[in-house]
Write a protein that binds this ligand. Structure first.
Ligand SMILES: [Zn+2]
Length: 99
């Protein structure tokens, strides 16, 4: 995990000022935990299921959130990319900051 659980929890209470990745992980953990608990309860392992569900949800949520962090765009084709990408992989144009 790139982010500690504390920063994710802090994010849930202070939604401004954290990255989309952290928001995604927090939301994923809550949803995953709920689903995991429901599934675990059916088989008599509620707490276990919630833990596994939260972990899986946090990872899935972080991946989704990470994909939402698109900070640069290509002036040639208009595609958006994460700020770590410097050149458009489709046409090689130098990417510009979206904000
Ligand atoms: Zn392009």
């Amino acid at each position: 995990m790139r982010y500690s659980i504390y920063s994710i929890i802090a994010c849930l209470f202070f939604l401004s000022g954290c990255t989309a990745t952290q928001k995604g992980a927090g939301v994923g953990a809550v949803l995953g935990g709920g689903v995991g608990y429901a599934i675990g309860k059916q088989s008599g392992h509620g707490a276990e299921g919630a833990g596994i569900g939260a972990a899986a949800g946090a990872i899935g949520g972080a991946l989704i959130g990470n994909n939402m962090e698109e900070k640069v765009f290509c002036s040639e084709c208009g595609r958006k990319f994460k700020s770590s990408v410097e050149y458009c992989p489709y046409d090689g144009t130098a990417l510009k900051a979206a904000e």
